[in-house]
Design a protein around this ligand. Structure first.
Ligand SMILES: [Zn+2]
Length: 341
């Protein structure tokens, strides 16, 4: 099969011919039909997530099952499936308790710790395939598996967004954030989008943001948030960047009892007076990917058209490096998408 192979971490992927994967007894092979591309891949390609090389990356995937292992009864040839990103044990207290992204025996990520789907075929454990609802495209299903379900988990379980909430999204114009705008709206919130360019903020508005704040044009970001919320601050602030400066803005923008949630992996730490935390009962937390159940819910709401994929660039999977260049040049608006025909 044709595959895009990363020879060493830190290097670009190259087109190579590799043997077609054969499933072990509890695996299935999927012919990949669509994939998503975002910044996380570039972070993983530096080697910061570990994993061995050479490696076929690619985790935001959808396609058709073409072969199943001898002990697989849950899937059959022809099933349309999306891929779950995490390799979890299925047995520890967190897996059994419905919080599998915190798995105590975590085995890593698809496309980092075992080969992913920037290739014609991918073989994975049967537990990593979830059925795509009828009517949902392969491309939309692929986006569901990281760009959208990460937001679903965040808004539902971590930020606990309600229809009466004001929600601030820092980095709302990015590949994950732009789907966060739609998910926060799906939960009924009033959305304030914050980002660094008018172009990104226009995209956020197009996808439902009620208010926008341009970081480059506003001297006092917290004051700008307070101004848009009658002086109260927001009930939830989601930080897609994750640097000290951005998360401090998230925390400082909260109303009493507000929730600050970090999703993006950045650098630094924030200062929080303990007394203030007691008196305000604010919450500071992180949000890590999503469970399988949340991915199923995400696929279902996308099948209903409640959340739509935002694609900024589309190319054949053998041309993936052109999307990476667009991300590095900060030109990609929304998510990159790969085709396989
Ligand atoms: Zn586990």
């Amino acid at each position: 099969m044709k595959a895009m192979v990363v020879p060493k971490w830190g290097e670009k992927s190259v087109l190579m011919s590799r043997p077609d994967p054969k499933p072990s007894s509890r695996e299935a092979v999927m012919k990949v039909r669509a994939a998503g591309v975002g910044l996380t891949l570039l972070n993983m390609r530096t080697g910061s997530f570990g994993g061995e090389v050479p490696r076929i990356m690619g985790h935001e995937l959808a396609g058709d099952i073409v072969e199943v292992g001898s002990d697989v009864t849950e899937l059959k040839v022809g099933d349309r499936c999306a891929v779950y990103f995490y390799l979890t044990c299925g047995r520890c207290r967190y897996c059994r308790g419905g919080r599998e992204t915190l798995c105590e025996a975590f085995k890593g990520h698809v496309g980092v710790h075992r080969d992913g789907g920037f290739a014609e075929y991918v073989s994975l454990p049967v537990e990593n395939f979830l059925h795509i609802p009828s009517g949902l495209s392969y491309e939309a299903a692929a986006m569901a598996t990281d760009a959208v379900n990460t937001n679903w988990h965040c808004m539902k379980e971590r930020a606990r967004v309600n229809p009466h909430d004001h929600v601030l999204l820092i980095g709302a114009g990015g590949g994950v954030g732009i789907h966060g705008v739609q998910v926060a709206k799906a939960f009924g919130a009033r959305v304030i989008a914050m980002d660094v360019s008018d172009e990104k903020l226009a995209l956020a508005s197009e996808w439902g943001a009620d208010e926008v704040i341009n970081v480059k044009k506003e001297a006092d970001l917290v004051a700008a948030v307070k101004r848009l919320t009658d002086g109260r601050g927001v009930d939830a602030a989601i930080d897609y960047v994750g640097h000290a400066e951005t998360f401090q803005v998230a925390y400082d923008s909260l109303s009493t009892s507000g929730r600050a949630v970090v999703i993006g992996v950045g650098k630094g730490s924030i200062q929080v007076p303990t007394r203030h935390l007691i008196l305000s009962e604010k919450t500071i937390t992180g949000s890590r990917h999503s469970t399988r159940t949340e991915l199923i819910e995400t696929l279902e709401v996308m099948a209903r058209g409640v959340v739509k994929p935002v694609i900024g660039m589309r190319t054949h999977f053998t041309e993936i490096e052109s999307i990476f260049e667009s991300i590095l040049d900060e030109k990609l608006l929304g998510r990159g998408a790969l085709t396989y025909d």
